[in-house]
Design a protein around this ligand. Structure first.
Ligand SMILES: Nc1ncnc2c1ncn2[C@@H]1O[C@H](COP(=O)(O)OP(=O)(O)OP(=O)(O)O)[C@@H](O)[C@H]1O
Length: 352
């Protein structure tokens, strides 16, 4: 399979001049600056195949934007090698511009005072898109993103969700193979978020566009990205599927069973533990009763303690059931646990 991004040992160090306090300190800082180095990205390697949708996740200051800036040719890496669509971003920035699209959720490339349609027409000249191709792409994107109701409105009067749809159109008019999205759903309501996600999925399926997305919204990742990369303190901590990380760090899964009405009387006869819950006889090891609410029973279990099908068999053999479902650990909680407890840092021996 063809690679669209190939980065090896990428590193970005920033020199930051420290300012000493006070007037005298300020003057001294000019003559004799005290410099501190910040490693924003450290030894990052990344391979992305054409057509992938990949999420770049990490806490504030982790190095996500710096990584994207090196991949787009805005920043020169301090060391390491990178090729995007076969080009070296910093040396072949002009050629690269026609192959990639970039959307920053917090900024816009649209002209603030012009109606959206004018910005979209002006971009034809900026990207030197042949007129027929521009017309066809605009028609397609206009329909896919439902732009008609506000396409004649000045950008400054658009809602955040409408503006994001306009920005996505602007980034895609020249049919880039690769789309970078930096926080594309930030500040949007649930309906607007869902609409953007739906669009990105169809863009990926219909045009085969590769999408690299940085986000703090784990719903973006769960909906869009089979693969995620977690970075923190500039280092890549994880590169794999969302499912794997849930399995490794998700803690307990929960089985929710609805008992038959007849079982309720039996539950009432069972002795109670200190927390007031009935003590279920012969409960398999590694399984605990979390809650009993009317006929609904919740059992927490670790996947290495007992396979889900064995737990269902045991429960079905002991109790008459009306329904059984599973709740997987929320990816949001999983990521929070990883950040809070530095769960992955031990894997790669990073000192923080
Ligand atoms: N131009 C710069 N000069 C100096 N330091 C910088 C510069 N840009 C970024 N940094 C530093 O590099 C580190 C990584 O910043 P970066 O913006 O890449 O993080 P991020 O993961 O995108 O964060 P956020 O989620 O808050 O956007 C931070 O410590 C930041 O202060």
């Amino acid at each position: 399979m063809e690679m669209i991004i190939e980065a090896q040992g990428l590193q970005k160090d920033f020199r930051i001049a420290k300012r000493r306090p006070g007037l005298f300190g300020g003057l001294r800082s000019v003559v004799d600056p005290e410099v501190r180095m910040v490693s924003a990205v450290r030894d990052l390697s990344l391979q992305v195949q054409c057509g992938e949708m990949i999420g770049l996740v990490g806490p504030n200051g982790a190095g996500k934007s710096t990584t994207i800036k090196m991949l787009t040719g805005i920043l020169t890496p301090s060391s390491g090698e990178v090729r995007v669509a076969g080009l070296v971003p910093i040396r072949q920035r002009r050629e690269l511009t026609s192959r990639i699209g970039v959307v920053f959720g917090q900024r816009t490339q649209l002209w603030w005072d012009l109606p959206l349609i004018d910005s979209l027409r002006l971009l034809r000249h900026l990207y030197r898109i042949p007129e027929a191709r521009h017309r066809e792409n605009l028609k397609q994107l206009r329909a896919m993103l439902d732009l008609d109701e506000f396409i004649d409105t000045p950008v400054r009067q658009l809602s955040l969700g409408q503006r994001m749809r306009g920005d996505l159109t602007a980034a895609l008019l020249h049919e880039p193979e690769l789309l970078y999205l930096d926080e594309p759903t930030i500040g949007l309501d649930v309906v607007a978020k869902a609409r953007i996600r739906e669009f990105l999925l169809s863009l990926n399926t219909q045009r085969g566009t590769t999408v690299l997305i940085t986000t703090h919204d784990m719903d973006d990742i769960e909906t869009l990205c089979p693969r995620m990369v977690i970075i923190d303190h500039g280092c890549k901590l994880y590169d794999g599927t969302v499912k794997d990380i849930q399995a490794r760090f998700g803690g307990e899964r929960i089985l929710v069973a609805v008992l038959d009405a007849a079982e309720m009387a039996r539950m009432a006869t069972l002795s109670r533990s200190e927390d007031g819950l009935p003590v279920l006889p012969d409960l398999p090891e590694g399984v605990r009763l979390i809650k009993l609410d009317g006929p609904q029973l919740e059992l927490g279990f670790r996947r290495e303690a007992i396979p889900a099908h064995e737990l269902i068999s045991w429960l079905g053999a002991c109790y008459a059931l009306r329904d059984v479902t599973f709740q997987e650990p929320d990816i949001e909680d999983v990521i929070r646990r990883i950040y809070e407890k530095n769960l992955l840092l031990g894997d790669i021996g990073v000192a923080v």
